[in-house]
Design a binder for this molecule. Structure first.
Ligand SMILES: *Cc1c(COP(=O)(O)O)cnc(C)c1O
Length: 489
């Protein structure tokens, strides 16, 4: 076993985990992966006796080899002490026959918090031995932006710049980001959609001149998106945690396989589940749940990934994505680490907007990954039905996974809930047939029927001041990054 990370597009690239976390993306455009992942075996008995933080340290130590145990303990403690509203961090709630894994009890009420409370800690430790500073560039479809801003706010030697698609995030998401305080950050709306923002950010990471400019100022550019391995690794933990719940509540016996349904956009969340599977979590199937932008459903059904289609704006904006970056990592493992093959697929995607995988590989993927999608109307129906039958209110993203989980008709299935319904109050109320005059009116009305109270961070938005108002074109992003590099040093 070696402990180096390589690029999905070039196995000659060798980095330690600290280097990979600081770098974010490989110079060849590939993502960092660890070839020997499947050789790791997590002891399930131990997982079922540990608490969340202990499991996080245990699992992270298997993947981040150049962090000491003390460093990981410190990172995990800083990330998860008094930051989540639930003592279990990611509690499970049985809704009908489905086990809903609630990932949204963190500081910004979205599942991104699980990783983005921890990533700044990992990055700070990784930076310690260098004399460098890091500037995080983040493209967001809505939730990553706020969770990253919250996580990186005023962290020493790290700055952050967030780009979100103008008018294409929810009111709540907009207010969360536009009101962010802190001395090391910039928030900008982009004329375009999420894919435009993400593609440009990836391009900027690979831009030689820009990187040299940053290096002259002793700054390295890096990512807080799920292309960063440091973002992905913390998400593996809650898959094991949900398994612990099922064993400890006698739903299953140790080593029984279970299924997961995952609301998917960039393929980061479900990929973390696949990593858990490679590390020994007994999984029968992962269901990849999508909205009307069902590029992944089509891929998993036909083997053809084709982004040449209209981008549809839905009520589940964090899944409005046509280029699912982390699928690249799945291709790497499913092709037996054939970096040439992955590079060819990604070149095709760049140049033609599509690629096709061989039938054999598709079969292999299909044996572990199911899929399904629903549109906005069906999503609203699910929200209504779940409320009527179970008195539980799901947010639109979680509702999509819930529906796909239900349709799968599996014995034991865990459905991931990725956002609080209070983040999308108007659409949720609308689904329940209740009118509202504004997002905050909706939030307060929702509180009257929802068993959970309004999360403090969202309630506070009613009176928070809008600080960040700039809207720029994709072209202007580079200039804005340069400006940030100069200001931040
Ligand atoms: C980011 C996000 C998703 C999609 O997760 P990926 O890792 O991008 O697949 C789903 N739901 C919510 C609420 C999110 O914020």
């Amino acid at each position: 076993m070696n402990n180096f990370y390589v690029s999905t597009r070039d196995k000659q690239v060798h980095l330690t985990s600290k280097e990979a976390i600081l770098k974010g993306i490989s110079d060849d455009g590939g993502l960092f992966v660890w070839p020997d992942l499947a050789d790791v075996k997590i002891d399930l008995n131990r997982v079922c006796q540990n608490n969340y933080k202990e499991n996080a340290v245990y699992i992270l130590s298997k993947l981040l080899h150049d962090f000491t145990k003390e460093e990981l303990e410190q990172c995990v403690n800083n990330a998860y002490t008094d930051t989540f509203a639930s003592k279990d961090i990611t509690p499970v709630r049985k809704v009908g026959d489905i086990y809903v894994l609630e990932l949204f009890h963190g500081p910004t009420s979205a599942f991104k918090d699980v990783a983005l409370t921890l990533l700044p800690q990992l990055m700070s430790v990784a930076l310690e031995k260098t004399d460098q500073k890091a500037l995080i560039l983040t493209a967001t479809s809505g939730d990553t932006g706020k969770a990253a801003l919250n996580g990186f706010k005023d962290v020493k030697n790290i700055g952050i710049e967030v780009f979100y698609p103008d008018q294409k995030v929810s009111q709540m998401q907009y207010r969360q980001m536009a009101s962010q305080t802190g001395n090391n950050l910039k928030v900008l709306a982009i004329k375009g959609n999420f894919d435009d923002a993400q593609s440009k950010v990836k391009e900027l990471f690979l831009d030689k001149d820009l990187n040299e400019f940053a290096a002259e100022h002793n700054v390295m550019l890096t990512s807080a998106n799920s292309i960063n391995i440091g973002r992905l690794v913390p998400q593996i933990v809650y898959y094991f945690e949900s398994y612990k719940y099922l064993v400890n509540h006698d739903v299953i016996k140790m080593n029984d396989p279970v299924c997961f349904s995952v609301p998917t956009g960039n393929f980061g969340d479900v990929l973390a589940g696949y990593y858990a599977y490679l590390m020994g979590l007994p999984v029968k199937k992962f269901y990849v749940a999508s909205n009307a932008n069902h590029v992944l459903t089509d891929f998993l059904t036909t083997g053809i990934y084709d982004r040449n289609r209209d981008f549809i704006q839905t009520i589940s904006p964090s899944m409005d994505i046509l280029i699912s970056s982390n699928l690249e990592r799945l291709l790497y493992y499913m092709s037996n680490q054939d970096t040439e093959f992955v590079k060819q697929c990604m070149d095709d995607l760049n140049q033609k907007g599509k690629y096709q995988i061989p039938a054999q590989m598709l079969e292999k993927i299909q044996s572990l990954f199911g899929c399904g999608y629903i549109d906005d109307e069906a999503t609203k129906q699910v929200i209504k039905e779940t409320y009527d039958s179970n008195s539980v209110i799901l947010d639109p993203h979680s509702a999509i996974a819930y529906k796909v989980a239900k349709d799968a008709c599996e014995d034991v299935i865990v459905s991931l809930a990725t956002a609080s319904p209070y983040k999308f109050p108007q659409d949720v109320l609308d689904a329940l047939g209740i009118g509202s005059t504004s997002e905050f009116d909706a939030m307060n009305k929702l509180a009257e029927i929802c068993s959970d109270p309004i999360p403090g961070n969202l309630a506070a938005l009613q009176t928070s001041k809008i600080i960040h108002k700039d809207v720029i074109s994709v072209k202007e992003m580079e200039e804005s990054v340069k400006d940030m590099v100069e200001k931040f040093v």
